[in-house]
Design a protein around this ligand. Structure first.
Ligand code: DP6
Length: 402
């Protein structure tokens, strides 16, 4: 390395996607290693609409590891951040001792600065920890010259993050080993497999922050026998059916399993003691609307799923997007002077027939949904090559614009 470069940080910037499960992960058998009680399956959303961007720099001049998240310095001593840092460094050391090329020998002992931002409001209540930890692990690996299977490390940041390490349709195989080495994510089909599939995130105007998923699922494991039944007797069969539905692009089966699994997850929340409520009145109205819409056509055209919050995520096919969005507008009249109601992939206008309006109508809830993000399945984490996109300056500190 030339003399004048000796203090210049080694830097990488990457992006990673959000994923939305259609077979939910809920409950751990090991809290430290983040090992789940059941397998799960998700769709990786397109990063044009939702992504985390992370820059990691390592330099011998850094005194300590530091992290800035969405403009604010955060505590790096958080155990899950520490797990990811420790595991990447361990892997780098192992690769080096195995004599693998590409591992930066000097960087191993250096401290890192990490800077991360989301291109969507954290307040939207979307599972940002999945994209966040996936991006962190992917970028750290780049800086330390580590390649290969990384989902087992992302999992130790946040369970669902392991599924954000791949694009398209991804399963997280629960594994059986005590050390968690077989609890990994695996791509079922790439994002190009089902191009007609569309995703609409209906961002509900949430009033308060619900119980976090980490503590929520802990209480569920301790108290819900429905959760035990779900993990042991329902999910294994559902995983097989879901993988098959994805492979065959069988929307009806995919949609029905998605809705049933979301409903069962929320039933286990109600079976938790004290109970946890993630769905609110708007969520329940969306559920009713989807069923009335499907019933009107006598086929399953649209599916909903909900995570640990009131936002509905809708899966449908491209041909139904415009009409369904119009139906949502009809039931949840948007704020007229507010921001844009539809964001992301363009949605055409549609005119609703009187019969359809009649069939789906119920009492309108003005402003119940703040906005919609229209998106589709997308690729896994990516390296950003343009150095102008680094979130850290050459001094290793967040750039002003960050
Ligand atoms: C409802 O991955 O956020 O979104 O592993 O404790 O970080 P931790 O939990 P997290 O849980 C996600 C739960 C879910 C369902 C899912 O994504 O499968």
């Amino acid at each position: 390395m030339p003399e004048d470069n000796v203090d210049k940080p080694n830097m990488a910037t990457c992006t990673a996607p959000v994923n939305i499960a259609v077979i939910k992960y809920w409950g751990k058998r090991n809290e430290d290693l983040i090992l789940p009680i059941n397998s799960s399956l998700s769709v990786t959303l397109h990063q044009d609409q939702l992504k985390t961007t992370t820059t990691v720099a390592s330099s011998r001049s850094f005194q300590e590891d530091r992290i800035w998240l969405n403009d604010k310095e955060e505590d790096i001593s958080h155990p899950r951040l520490q797990s990811c840092l420790r595991e990447i460094r361990r892997l780098a050391r192992k690769r080096r001792s195995d004599g693998e090329p590409g591992v930066d020998m000097t960087a191993l002992s250096h401290k890192v600065h990490i800077c991360s931002v989301n291109n969507f409001p954290t307040a939207a209540g979307l599972a940002s920890s999945a994209a966040g930890f996936a991006c962190l692990v992917y970028t750290l690996a780049r800086v330390f010259g580590v390649e290969g299977e990384l989902s087992g490390i992302a999992r130790q940041g946040s369970g669902s993050a392991c599924r954000s390490m791949y694009g398209g349709f991804v399963q997280w195989i629960m594994g059986r080993r005590e050390d968690g080495k077989d609890s990994l994510a695996q791509q079922v089909e790439p994002e190009t497999h089902w191009p007609e599939l569309r995703v609409l995130v209906l961002v509900a105007s949430a009033e308060r922050k619900p119980v976090g998923s980490t503590s929520g699922m802990q209480t569920s494991v301790q108290t819900s026998c429905l959760l035990k039944h779900r993990a042991e007797s329902v999910v294994p069969g559902r995983m097989e059916e879901m993988i098959e539905a994805v492979r065959r692009k069988d929307f009806t089966t995919f949609a029905e399993l998605t809705m049933k699994d979301s409903n069962q997850f929320h039933a286990t929340c109600l079976d938790t003691y004290p109970p946890i409520f993630y769905l609110n009145n708007v969520s329940r109205q969306v559920i009713g609307l989807v069923h009335r819409y499907n019933r009107h056509y006598g086929e399953t055209r649209v599916a909903y799923t909900f995570d640990a919050g009131p936002n509905a995520v809708i899966y449908t096919l491209q041909e139904h997007v415009a009409e369904f969005v119009q139906v949502v507008r009809h039931l949840f009249p948007p704020e007229t002077n507010g921001g844009q109601f539809i964001n992301g992939l363009p949605v055409n206008n549609a005119v609703l027939s009187e019969e359809l309006k009649q069939a789906v109508s119920s009492e309108p809830i003005p402003k119940g949904i703040s906005y919609i993000i229209s998106t589709k399945a997308g690729p896994g984490p990516r390296v950003v090559d343009d150095p102008d996109q680094h979130l850290l300056g050459s001094d290793g500190f967040p750039k002003k614009s960050v």
